[in-house]
Design a protein around this ligand. Sequence first.
Ligand code: COA
Length: 431
Amino acid sequence: MPTFGNGRRVAIVAGLRTPFAKAGTVLKSMSAIELGRACVAELIERTNLDVGQVQAIVFGTVIPSVLAPNIAREVALMPMLPKGVQAFTVSRACASANQAITDAADQIVLGHADVVIAGGAESLSNVPILHSRGLTDAFMTANRAKSVPQKLQAFTRVRPRDLRPIAPAIAEPSTGETMGQSAEKMAKINHIPRDEQDQFALRSHRLASAGTTDGRLTAEIAPLYVSPRYETVVTSDNGIREQTSYDQLAALKPVFDRMYGTVTAGNSSPLTDGGAAVLLMSESRARTLGYAPLAFVRSYAYAALDPGEQLLQAPVLAAPVALRRAGLSLRDMDLVEMHEAFAAQVLSNLAGFESKQWAERAGFPSPVGEVDRTRLNVMGGSIAIGHPFGATGARILTTLCQELGRRGGQFGLLTVCAAGGMGHAMVVERA
Ligand SMILES: CC(C)(COP(=O)(O)OP(=O)(O)OC[C@H]1O[C@@H](n2cnc3c(N)ncnc32)[C@H](O)[C@@H]1OP(=O)(O)O)[C@@H](O)C(=O)NCCC(=O)NCCS
C-alpha cells in the first residue's frame, strides 16, 4: 500500500499532450501558454469533466515568458474554466512537470484538494531574447528622462557590443557546461561507446514509430489547430524518424566535442515545442465521480548531486529511494520509463542502477539492479518523441500508466534527469 501519510491515495485519472514538434517547425507560432491551454482543454473534454470540480492547476515550464511567468494561472484563465481555479507554476528543469505532478499529489494527500490538473508546457521556438546590461541601462535611463534630448542622451554610451542579443543558454549556470557537454563527459566517465548510443537512439525511433503506427502514442495526443490562423491541424510528433538507420546515425558528426566526441544530433533529444497534462484526483473523489483511474501514485523521490560531476546521473540516487518508499524493488516493476535527454545519459543511468558504488552513495547496500530492456521505454522516448522541457514529465507518466493498463501490469517506475544535477523517480501502481 502507499506510504503517503494519511492513506489518501492519488489517482492518475487521465493524461494527454499536444503533438511534440521540433522547435522552429509547425508549432513555432504558438506560445507555451497556448500549448498548455490546448492540452488542458482537450483533457477536460475527453474526460467529460465538470469544470466546477477543478480546484487547482499546477504547471511546469523551464524558460517562462517574461510577460506571463505564471503559466499555470494563464492556463487556468482560459474561457472554459471558472476564474476561481487557483494555479501556480513550478520549475525543476526537465523534471518541472514531475514537480507539478508531485506538488499536486501532495495537495491531494494533504486533503487541500481533490481534483487537480498538473503538467507543463514549453515553447523553445519562443525563448525570450535579452538585452545586454549596457542597453538595458540605456533603456532604463531613457525611461526616466524628462525630455527627448535627455532620452537620446541615454543612448550615447551604448556600444556596438551592447546591441548583441542574449538568448538563454542550455547550460549550467554554476559550471557553464552545456547539457550536451555534460552528456559527453558522462559517456567518457561511464565508457559508453558511440555505437551503443546510436543503437539506443535507433531503438527509440523504432519503438516510437511503432507506437505511432499502431495508435498507442497517438491516443495520448490531442490534435492541435495551430494559432493564429487555425487552418493547419497537427496530429502527431514530427521528430520521430521511421526511416532512420544505424548507418545514418553513425554518419552524424559529434556536436558538443567535435574532435573526440560521441554525442550527435541523432543520439540527443531535440529542442522541442509541446505541452502535456494529467488529471489527478483523490481516490475517493474519482470513485464518487465515476472515474476508473489509470493508476495511483505509490511513491516518489528527488535527489541531487554536484552539477560539475555527472550532471544527469541523479535519477540513480532518486530511484532507490522511491522504490524503498514504495516498499518495492526493481523486480516488481512491470515497466520502466526513463527520460531520454541523451542516449549517453540513459546508458549511464542504467549502468548506475547496476553499480554498487552508486547504490552506496544513495545509502543502499545493493544496487537497484539491471533494467530488463524489454520493459524499458517500450514506445521509445524523448530522443525520438522530443523533449519540451516543462512538459516531458507529464508525457512520461501518461505513457507509463496507459501502457501498464494495456499490459495488465501492476507497478511502473519512471525517472527523469534534470539540470542542476537533479533527478526524479516515481512509482505508480494499478488498482
Ligand atoms: C543536438 C542539437 C544541437 C542538434 O540540433 P540541430 O543541429 O538543429 O539538429 P537537426 O535536427 O538539424 O539535426 C542535424 C542533422 O542531423 C540529422 N539527424 C538528426 N537526427 C537524425 C536521425 N535520427 N537519423 C538521421 N539523421 C539525423 C538531421 O537530418 C540533420 O541533418 P542535415 O544537417 O543534413 O539536415 C540539439 O538538438 C540540441 O541541443 N539537443 C540537446 C537539447 C538539450 O540539451 N536538452 C536538454 C536535455 S536535459
